[in-house]
Design a protein around this ligand. Structure first.
Ligand code: NI
Length: 194
């Protein structure tokens, strides 16, 4: 596994890639699994809860996610989050999605404050369908269909947007998008100086 550089919107070349529409994967083979492993390691290191392949410059329709909602067992790895309350002991639950799609979306909406590793340290509320019926291939290439809600549904929709060249800030007003860009430019300058 390898940690890859995450593309960010302040870099014009990165932004051009982030705007691309990703291509369907033909088969979940060893090559795709290696990509998934690199993505997961990159996401954990960031740290983040979801990552689309395009965010590391690979335009295949692949997403990884870990909402820390695994079932606690004695040998389960606890997601380490410095600075969080001890009570928020989250259990790792890596999820893999190939060619994800939305089959149905509820009229009911859900508002959540989203963030994105490609838009570091900017957060804003986005409204999306509260429940969605989704389909995808898992890490072994099996087709899964399920109805999801809550943070899982938010994250799935956010990551699927990435595969279509859409960022969460594209759901916001022009003013907020400009504010996000200024914030990210400042954040990335500070990281370079650090
Ligand atoms: Ni994102």
């Amino acid at each position: 596994m390898a940690i890859r550089r995450i593309l960010t919107i302040d870099n014009a070349a990165d932004l051009a890639v982030l705007k691309k529409v990703s291509t369907p994967v033909e088969a979940v083979d060893a090559d795709v699994q290696t990509l998934m492993d690199d993505m997961l390691e990159t996401m954990y290191a960031a740290p983040g809860i979801g990552l689309a392949a395009v965010q590391i410059g690979d335009t295949r329709r692949v997403v990884v996610m870990d909402l820390g909602d695994g079932e606690p067992t004695t040998d389960a790895e606890v997601v380490d989050e410095a600075g969080e309350d001890a009570e928020a002991n989250r259990v790792a639950n890596p999820r893999f999605f190939v060619n994800p799609e939305i089959l149905w979306a509820s009229d009911e909406q859900f508002c959540y404050e989203e963030g994105c590793l490609s838009i570091p340290e900017y957060f804003d509320k986005v409204e999306r369908p509260a429940r969605v019926r989704v389909a995808y291939l898992d890490r072994s290439g099996a087709r899964i269909e399920e109805e999801i809600d809550g943070l899982y549904a938010v994250c799935f929709q956010h990551e699927l947007d990435h595969l279509n060249g859409v960022l969460f800030t594209d759901h916001l007003s022009r003013l907020k998008r400009d504010r996000a860009m200024s914030k990210v430019k400042k954040t990335m300058r500070m990281r370079e100086d650090a």
